[in-house]
Design a binder for this molecule. Structure first.
Ligand code: SAH
Length: 346
């Protein structure tokens, strides 16, 4: 029986160089192939035209390239594009291209499904099936970069880890992907243009701080009152706000990087003065700003976007306390591409 071939992109450059030496070739061949795999994003060994036919065959005999395939591309009336991305084992994740006047942002997935249980999020209804590999995350970015060049005549400018999954529950692979995205041997993007969004896993936030990562951090807060947060994000019972706060203070002390809080104001849940005051207090623990995001309905109306007055109340209280606040409109709603709507409907 044929043994399962290894995903060649699971090898480091050094391991690839070693492989060639062990197979009687020069280590330099490893550099060439590595460049094809990452920077040139080759889908097949046959595409590696500066490598001999025999070498390509030898690679074919030993490895596979588990490249993603964009199965379906949907375009929203506002220009947003959603890709349904098929993985080598047939599972599907989604990623989104969000164009504005000046930027193109890629919103990428880090897991198939999600193990968290946020009650307002469509992805939470799929169980977590597996983590994405670094190359599967990288490929989503490449696909969106290509689409950005094709449809908007400019390269991708920003990346947010706000697609399916909890990035900090797939920490190692997300960090490896970011390493390749920012490396000159990959896409050479600035880490300052990358934001990892988490529902807040204190231990992992501290780990990132210790590793002095250079990308930005966003936390899906939604409530700064434990009882309320636990009722909408049940894992908050395990990681209460006190621990989150402590981890965020640590993050700032190490990275000096301001934190973004993502916050939806819902009718009857957190649309009170008391809730807004709690948010203001939380924002004072570490330098931060708030994105008030619009709710994208996913269900029968259990959760409803609060009235404009409530959002304005939040905005005023935050601003009068010197906290930067942005009110974000949803993009790509008509194709279920907006925050919290990614659930492989197709
Ligand atoms: N797991 C990560 C990243 C994915 S969610 C995280 O929790 O941050 C990306 C953002 O969309 C989060 O801020 C999340 O709280 C928000 N979100 C989830 N469902 C939503 C919905 N139905 N409407 C608006 N935002 C939603």
């Amino acid at each position: 029986m044929e043994t399962k071939k290894k995903d060649i992109r699971a090898l480091t450059k050094e391991q690839l160089r070693q492989f060639f030496v062990e197979h009687g070739d020069k280590a330099f061949r490893g550099n060439q192939v590595y460049e094809w795999l990452w920077q040139k994003s080759a889908h097949t060994f046959d595409a590696m035209t500066n490598v001999s036919k025999e070498t390509r065959q030898m690679l074919e005999d030993n490895f596979v390239i588990n490249h993603i395939r964009v199965d379906q591309m949907q375009r929203s009336s506002d220009g947003t594009i959603k890709n349904a991305v098929r993985l080598h084992d047939g599972l599907v994740v989604e990623s989104v291209l969000i164009p504005t006047e000046t930027r193109t942002t890629a919103c990428v997935s880090s897991q198939v499904g999600c193990s968290l249980d946020c009650r307002f999020c469509a992805t939470a209804r799929m169980k977590r099936m597996r983590n994405l590999n670094p190359d599967e995350i990288y490929d989503q970015v490449v696909a969106i970069d290509n689409e950005s060049r094709l449809y908007f005549d400019r390269p991708l400018s920003n990346i947010v880890f706000m697609g399916m999954g909890e990035p900090l529950m797939n920490y190692n692979n997300v960090l490896k992907a970011i390493e390749m995205i920012t490396s000159p041997e990959g896409l050479g993007m600035s880490p300052r243009r990358i934001t990892v969004s988490t529902s807040g896993v204190p231990k992992m936030i501290k780990k990132m701080a210790d590793e002095e990562v250079k990308f930005r951090l966003a936390v899906s807060l939604h409530s700064a009152i434990d009882e309320v947060r636990t009722s909408i994000m049940p894992f908050n019972a395990t990681f209460p706000l006190k621990d989150l706060r402590e981890a965020l203070e640590y993050w700032y002390s190490k990275t000096k990087n301001r934190i973004t809080y993502e916050y939806v104001v819902w009718k009857g849940i957190n649309d009170t003065r008391e809730a807004a005051d709690a948010l203001v207090r939380f924002c004072k623990f570490a330098p931060s700003k708030v994105n008030l995001i619009e709710y994208n309905p996913i269900d029968d109306g259990e959760f409803q976007q609060a009235n404009a007055d409530a959002v304005e109340m939040y905005q005023n209280i935050l601003e009068s306390n010197g906290i930067t606040v942005t009110v974000r409109r949803s993009r790509g709603k008509d194709i279920d591409a907006a925050c919290g709507q990614l659930a492989n409907k197709s």
